[in-house]
Design a protein around this ligand. Sequence first.
Ligand SMILES: Cc1ncc(COP(=O)(O)O)c(C=O)c1O
Length: 362
Amino acid sequence: MEPRQFFIEERLELYRNHCQCNLGESGYHAFTLGEVMDLAQVTVEDLREIPLYDSPNQGREDLRAEIASLYPGVSANEVLISTGTSEAIYLLFHLLLEEHSRVALYVPAFQALYEIPKMLGATIIPVPINASLQAQDWMKVDADLFVINHPHNPTGLDFAPEEQTKLIELLKTKNKPVLFDEHYRFLDRKNELGWSGVSPKERFFGTGSFTKCFGVTGLRVGWLIADETTIARARSFKDYLTHTVSPISELLALKLMQNRKQFLQKIRTEVENNILYFQSRLSELKDILSLNEIHGGLVSFLKLREGLTSESYADQLFQKTGVFVLPGKNFEREGFLRIGYGESHEKFKWGINEWIKFSHKT
Ligand SMILES: Cc1ncc(COP(=O)(O)O)c(C=O)c1O
């Protein structure tokens, strides 16, 4: 049992640290440890005092309580701290799926959301994405597990408030487990915290993190939200994988979560300015035909002009300008590019200007 290559990772590995402007990433540009300590209000003395023992296997309790408070009606016992959202997804799929289980999800998708189920012998039921995410997309879908990633990667789409209510009502009628992958909740364009569909008592499980939204992907902290029985099983499975999360990461995670009101607005403003700048220059990008609506998160999916192939386009753009974007082919969807809005505003503007010049020469 082995998953196929993780296509976006192959490309990110090659380019993310060698480009002039990183539009390939789906996270906010990274802070240094010193900056994170300032944001989190953690002193050198605090770091010196961290005992480097194994954290509790389920994650430290105060961090779990802080995360639980993001979900109405969820308690700290219904939270498992994991090594990134990836581990939480991996664990939950292993607990919920059997060979031939049917897993329904929006496509294109973040590859782990279908590759791990495929590896486990599940059948994938693709749910096509239209101009917006709507409850009725799921009306006729029959599956053993429904996977709903919102704000959605790679499109950046989300459910409007009236659709959220309809979706929950519809999913309840299916009487099957649901995985809500809600990695980008902290960067909703309208609200301080984006909507969540998670409700452990309905078996509407959740995975999430703050690392992409806060510019700290290197902390490798994520979580799973589920009923206590599922959490206990996931924790036991995790004992064979990563066992515990570093106490250094857990302390920084806790303090960042507690102090987020003081720095998140600045991140939101920078991302918003990048989105607005991109929208204002879009018509000058001759190779891009359209851009979907952006409700939240840090990415969107752009339709390429007919006749262009996404990989060779992304390669040429990188070689000629140093601007890095992800080809749709890496999401198994030719004819598109995914761009991220997490780069610093100055670099973002520079990159878009270079891209416009490039597009006038192709
Ligand atoms: C939708 C989605 N889910 C899960 C993940 C995995 O995130 P992590 O870096 O926390 O493991 C990503 C990463 O890009 C993602 O976009």
